[in-house]
Ligand binder design. Structure first.
Ligand code: SAH
Length: 243
């Protein structure tokens, strides 16, 4: 093992442990390998704008798993990551919690292929990837009202995102939206939409990790989503609910 590799693996392990995220040496090694795969693939497919090692580890890996602050991952079985792109937050969560069955959804196919490759190379089992738009997939009975947890980072405004994500949850499921620190107005503005879709905000966890100022909005599905949602592809974004 080269010195750079072992230093970097140690960095990942320490960083996660400093934030009370449990990680083994083997998992830290996998995160390092994941970083290498990401940087290699990023030469041909636009997966990430940031490539510097520590920045990727903080802004993609640590950020993705920050959800453990709020959710007992041990109890999650079926999860859907909407607009996963290069696999965030889905893949880092899978690396720490391999028992979770994750469906990765994105409307861009090239990015999804990278997730499949990663899962294979990092020994995470076969990835369930879905090349689809949320609005279409959430109308498919195989996916609708099935999931314990739906995650989404950097995809859309919260009212739009709620229409994409809440339909996938079964009653009592949780939608976790990764939002920036200054998303107060966006969150307040999304409340009517969330209610209409059968959800209820149960917590907004605000924190700063390594200079990243985040809000994770936790929405509980308290009743079924009316059958008319999500509306046709493109409509939620063009005409957000409750606006
Ligand atoms: N979650 C990743 C990627 C964010 S970029 C990260 O945090 O790094 C936003 C992604 O959402 C893009 O890959 C885009 O293709 C996808 N996306 C946007 N609208 C979508 C929709 N309606 N259905 C499915 N994917 C969508």
């Amino acid at each position: 093992m080269t010195e750079i590799r072992s230093n970097r693996i140690q960095y990942i392990e320490n960083l996660f442990l400093n934030h009370d995220v449990t990680i083994s040496k083997t998992q830290a090694e996998k995160f390092y390998d994941f970083y290498s795969l990401l940087i290699e693939k990023n030469k041909s497919v636009n997966l990430t704008a940031i490539t510097e090692f520590e920045e990727v580890v903080i802004k993609h890996f640590l950020d993705s798993v920050s959800l453990v602050r709020n959710i007992s991952m041990e109890n999650v079985k079926l999860m859907l990551d909407l607009g996963t792109g290069g696999g965030f937050p889905g893949t880092p969560i899978k690396m720490l919690y391999p028992h979770i069955d994750i469906t990765y959804v994105d409307s861009v196919d090239k990015k999804l292929k990278f997730i499949s490759e990663c899962c294979e190379k990092l020994d995470l089992g076969e990835a369930k990837i879905c090349h689809a738009r949320a609005e279409d997939l959430a109308r498919d009975a195989e996916y609708r009202e099935k999931y314990d947890l739906c995650t989404s980072r950097a995809v859309a405004d919260l009212s739009v995102l709620s229409e994409y994500c809440i339909p996938f949850l079964h009653e009592n499921g949780i939608f976790a939206a990764y939002k920036s620190g200054d998303s107060e107005d966006e969150i307040n503005g999304a409340k009517p939409a969330i209610k209409e879709l059968g959800g209820k905000i149960i917590d907004v966890d605000e924190f700063e990790w390594e200079g990243m100022h985040r809000k994770i909005v936790l929405i509980n599905k308290v009743k079924k989503t009316p059958a008319k949602y999500p509306r046709k592809a493109g409509v939620p974004k063009k005409n957000p609910l409750g606006k």
